[in-house]
Design a protein. Structure first.
Length: 365
């Protein structure tokens, strides 16, 4: 099994059967080897520095009904909110002096939030913070809308594919009821959006939840193969965590071990990728964030939303948004990172092609 890991380091890819064998392996020594190789790979390119992104949750309104998500349309128990352009700019003004040089605008697919308003907000951030990167994570939009956001100044877009298996996708999302009914979601359309984003020129992120209901090891292999072929600049993976007001309320959460294993595999497949140690990982276990970094993650995304709104953006139960997960808790984050030998990088942290970022200095952490 260790040979497989070494092969993955050398060739940056394995066959479907080999990935499956790696995912099924429970040998602690092998897993430690995988994690160590992934960490070495990350240190060689990025040093012991972790990029930070300020996450601004701009609205919890959503027209979709994803079975796993706490802010799904049919959840009547959420108090809905939408930040104004001025409120979003205020978040950026708060984040900038703290050292944030990337702002991530995330939200549900709010029909009220017209594309024009998003475009204006992006343009306003671009004017006021010309040296910052703007990342959007607003779900599926038209090609034209993606283009307008890009021309207004957005640089990156996060859109997890969630699962690359057609049948599994339908178990996680309601589909269209009739032929020309556009209310449902489809894997095909999500993948189409990802192609558009890349083609327009965004640094594009995709990814999955680990342990989402009905997920199998074969589905994960399909996800790995898709990511290997799509080659996103950013890869977002976190464990599924149930939300009490969703159809998946009683489903078990995803596994920390499996999430870390996948994270390391993605790092070895794609050494230059920007891979966050996600909030879901930090929610699953108190040391989840640190464990993600030691497994090959190189980004964290502290919450920069107005504190009064944070609990309304409840994708899953007990979602962390305070302490080291909060932008205002950056010092605490810094301490936690220092305890594992890492520090915060206040650079913009754009995706760079390999050769420019290879750093042969060795780090002892
Ligand atoms: N509307 C945007 C943003 C969605 S929220 C979009 O469609 O892309 C960002 C991510 O949170 C989702 O892509 C999903 O993978 C994750 N998420 C949602 N519900 C979750 C849950 N119950 N547990 C873990 N992650 C979840």
């Amino acid at each position: 099994m260790k040979n497989l890991i070494d092969k993955l380091c050398r060739e940056r890819a394995l066959s479907a059967e080999e990935y499956k064998a790696l995912l099924l392996c429970r040998d602690a020594e092998v897993l430690e080897h995988l994690q160590r190789r992934a960490q070495e790979e990350t240190l060689a390119r990025f040093g012991n520095r972790v990029f930070i992104r300020g996450l601004i949750e701009i609205t919890n309104r959503c027209r979709n009904n994803c079975y796993y998500c706490g802010i799904r349309k049919e959840n009547r128990n959420v108090v809905r909110y939408e930040l104004t352009q001025e409120e979003i700019l205020e978040c950026c003004r708060e984040g900038y002096p703290l050292g944030f040089r990337t702002f991530v605008l995330q939200g549900g697919e709010a029909p009220e939030l017209k594309d024009d308003r998003i475009t204006e907000t992006v343009a306003a951030i671009r004017r006021e913070f010309p040296d910052c990167a703007i990342t959007l994570s607003l779900g599926e939009k038209t090609h034209e809308a993606y283009e307008r956001f890009f021309h207004a100044g957005a640089n990156r877009y996060l859109l997890r594919h969630e699962t690359h298996n057609e049948a599994h996708y339908r178990q996680l999302h309601p589909g269209s009821k009739r032929g020309n009914d556009r209310s449902g979601m489809s894997l095909q359309h999500r993948l189409q959006c990802l192609d558009w984003l890349k083609e327009i020129g965004y640094q594009t992120g995709t990814g999955i939840m680990v342990g989402s209901p009905h997920q199998t090891i074969d589905h994960l292999v399909e996800d790995i193969l898709f990511i290997g072929q799509f080659r996103p600049e950013m890869i977002g993976i976190g464990p599924f965590i149930p939300h009490h007001d969703t159809p998946f309320a009683s489903a078990p959460p995803g596994s920390m071990q499996l999430t870390l294993k996948l994270l390391s595999i993605f790092r070895l497949m794609h050494p230059a990728a920007l891979i966050p140690s996600t909030t879901a990982l930090a929610t699953l276990a108190p040391d989840g964030r640190e464990r993600g970094i030691l497994a090959g993650a190189n980004v964290v995304m502290p919450n920069l939303s107005p504190p009064a709104q944070r609990e309304k953006y409840s994708l899953y139960d007990h979602k962390a948004s305070m302490g080291a997960e909060a932008a205002e808790g950056l010092q605490l984050l810094e301490e936690k990172l220092r305890s594992i030998g890492y520090e915060i990088s206040k650079e913009r942290g754009d995706y760079r092609i390999l050769d420019e970022t290879i750093n042969h200095k060795s780090y002892n952490v």
